[in-house]
Design a binder for this molecule. Structure first.
Ligand code: GAP
Length: 454
C-alpha cells in the first residue's frame, strides 16, 4: 500500500476513532460542539491506561512525590496572583468581511493584520483584518445566583495552581521535605481561538502535571533530571525515537511564569508539535500567592534552619495530546500475505499499540458457532475477564474478526477451534507478527500476563 499522505492520515484516524469507539464528537446529534470530544468505550480505556501509567511512575514508584486532586473552581484571586487574568491571552484578529477570527500569528495570514496589505486566509479579502487585540483564554462563569462581577469564577486553565495553593497542606500532612513534588491529573479549560487537529487542541482537556519544589540554586540540576525522566517515560509508551525531539522555548515563546522551558515534540501527520513541557517556574507562583493571599508560604529547612520560598520545576503533559501521540504512532496500513490475506483481505489497518496500553488485551473467537466451540469460548472469556479487559466476538468470518481487532489495537486473538474441544488448547494470534501459538487454555492467563508486562 502506498504511504498515506499527511492530512489523509488524520482523516483516516478520526474516522477509525469513531468507527471503533475511541473518540466521538461532542453533542454530535446537534451538529457537534467546536473542538470538544467524547471518549468512547475503547478511548476511555486507552486514555485511562496512559493516565494510570503516569500516576504509577510519578506517584506510586517515587518516595518524593505525593498525589493531589484539587477542585476545578478556585478562588478568583488565584488567577490574579498567577498572572492569568492579566497575561493568559492570545492576540486575536477579526475579519470584518467574513467574521472569522484568527490568532494574529496565524501563518496563513499574509501581511500585517490591521494594515491594508493583510489578507484574510478564509475569504481572501484584503484590508479587512482588524489590528490584534488581546483575548483572555480563561472561561468565566458565576458562583451563586447573582451574575455580577463579584460572582465571577474561572474554569482553571491549568491544574498547576491547585498544587501551589495546597503545597504547604501536602508538605505538612505527608511530612515531605524539600526537594519533593506534588502530582495531579485533571481537567483544564481554555477558550482557544484556533483549536483543531482532532484532540490535539481542544477547549476542554486533561492535564497530567507535577510540580517539584526545590531549594533555590538547585533548580537547573533538577530541570535536567526531569527532562531526562520525562523523555524516558514517553519512550516507555513505545513511541518511535525518530518521531520525538526537544524544542527549547525562545524568549518570545516563554509563558509569563517560565524562565526556561523545553517541549517534548512529536512529529504528528500535521507536523512537529509539543505534547509535554518541562518548565522552570522559579518562585514566580509561590511568591505571588504569598503576596496576594497575605499568607506565608516559605519553607523552613529543618537541617539548616533556613527559610526560603521553593523554586518549582514543572512537568506538564496533556493526557489527550499524549493519547493522540500514541494513536498516531500506532496507526499503520499494511499489506498482508498468505492465509491471513485469504481470510481477511490483502490490506489491513492496524493500531500497533504497546500491549500494556491497548484498551482490549485479547479477543476470544469461537471459530464456528457449533460443536461445543461457543461454550468453551464463553468459559475462556469468563475466566480471562477476571484478569484483563477482553472481548468476545462470534460475528462474521474469522478474518473479519481479526481485522476489527487489528483496528482496535487488540494485541492477541484467541481462537477456539475443532482441536480445542478435543485437547483444551487454543490458538493465540499475535497482532503484529500474525504468528499463531498453540496454548493450553488453562495456561492462558499466565501466557498473557507475560506478554503484557512492560
Ligand atoms: N501548567 C503549564 C501548562 O499548562 P502548557 O504548555 O500551556 O503548560 C501543557 O500546557 C500541556 O497541556 C501541553 O503540552 C498540552 O499537552 C496540554 N494542552 C495545553 N493546551 C491544550 C489544549 N487546548 N488542548 C489539549 N491539550 C492542551
Amino acid at each position: 500500500m502506498p504511504p498515506a499522505t499527511a492530512d489523509k492520515t488524520m482523516e483516516k484516524l478520526v474516522s477509525l476513532a469513531k468507527r471503533r469507539g475511541f473518540v466521538f464528537q461532542s453533542s454530535e446529534i446537534y451538529g457537534g460542539l467546536g473542538s470538544v470530544w467524547d471518549y468512547g468505550p475503547l478511548g476511555v480505556e486507552l486514555k485511562k491506561n496512559i493516565k494510570e501509567r503516569w500516576w504509577r511512575s510519578m506517584v506510586h514508584e517515587r518516595h518524593d512525590i505525593e498525589g493531589l486532586d484539587a477542585a476545578i473552581l478556585m478562588h478568583p484571586k488565584v488567577w490574579e496572583a498567577s498572572g492569568h487574568v492579566a497575561g493568559f491571552t492570545d492576540p486575536l484578529v477579526d475579519c470584518k468581511q467574513c467574521k472569522n477570527r484568527f490568532r494574529a500569528d496565524d501563518p496563513k495570514i499574509k501581511g500585517t493584520p490591521g494594515q491594508p496589505d493583510a489578507q484574510c486566509p478564509v475569504c481572501g479579502s484584503k484590508g479587512t483584518l482588524t489590528a490584534p487585540r488581546q483575548f483572555n483564554l480563561m472561561f468565566k462563569t458565576f458562583m451563586g445566583p447573582v451574575e455580577d462581577q463579584a460572582a465571577v469564577v474561572y474554569l482553571r486553565p491549568e491544574t498547576a495552581q491547585g498544587i501551589y495553593v495546597n503545597y504547604l497542606n501536602v508538605q505538612q500532612s505527608s511530612r515531605q521535605k524539600i526537594p519533593f513534588g506534588i502530582a495531579q491529573i485533571g481537567k483544564a479549560f481554555r477558550n482557544e481561538i484556533t483549536p483543531g487537529n482532532f484532540i490535539f487542541r481542544t477547549r476542554e482537556f486533561e492535564q497530567m502535571e507535577m510540580q517539584f519544589f526545590v531549594k533555590p540554586g538547585t533548580e537547573s540540576e533538577w530541570f535536567e533530571t526531569w527532562r531526562a525522566e520525562r523523555m524516558n517515560w514517553v519512550k516507555g509508551l513505545g513511541i518511535r525515537d525518530e518521531k520525538l525531539r526537544w524544542h527549547q522555548h525562545g524568549p518570545d515563546e516563554l509563558a509569563h511564569y517560565a524562565k526556561d522551558a523545553y517541549d517534548i515534540q512529536y512529529e504528528f501527520p500535521f507536523g512537529w508539535q509539543e505534547f509535554e513541557g518541562i518548565h522552570n517556574r522559579t518562585d514566580f507562583d509561590l511568591s505571588n500567592h504569598q503576596k496576594h493571599a497575605g499568607k506565608k508560604l516559605d519553607y523552613l529547612d529543618p537541617k539548616t534552619n533556613e527559610r526560603f520560598i521553593p523554586y518549582v520545576v514543572e512537568t506538564s503533559a496533556g493526557a489527550d495530546r499524549t493519547t493522540l501521540v500514541v494513536l498516531c504512532d500506532a496507526y499503520r496500513e499494511e499489506d498482508v500475505r498468505g492465509e491471513e490475506a485469504a481470510e481477511g483481505g490483502e490490506q489491513r489497518v492496524v493500531l500497533k499499540l504497546k500491549p500494556s496500553l491497548a484498551p482490549l488485551k485479547a479477543a476470544v473467537f469461537p471459530l464456528v458457532n457449533k460443536d461445543g466451540m461457543p461454550e468453551l469460548a464463553h468459559r475462556i472469556h469468563d475466566d480471562l475477564r477476571r484478569h484483563f479487559n477482553v472481548f468476545f466476538d462470534d460475528g462474521g468470518s474469522i478474518g473479519r474478526r481479526y481485522r476489527r481487532q487489528d483496528e482496535a489495537g487488540t494485541p492477541f486473538g484467541i481462537t477456539i477451534d475443532g482441536q480445542s474441544t478435543q485437547d483444551q488448547t487454543v490458538t493465540v494470534r499475535d497482532r503484529d507478527t500474525l504468528k499463531q501459538d498453540r496454548v493450553a487454555a488453562g495456561k492462558l492467563v499466565e501466557y498473557l500476563k507475560q506478554k503484557l508486562a512492560g
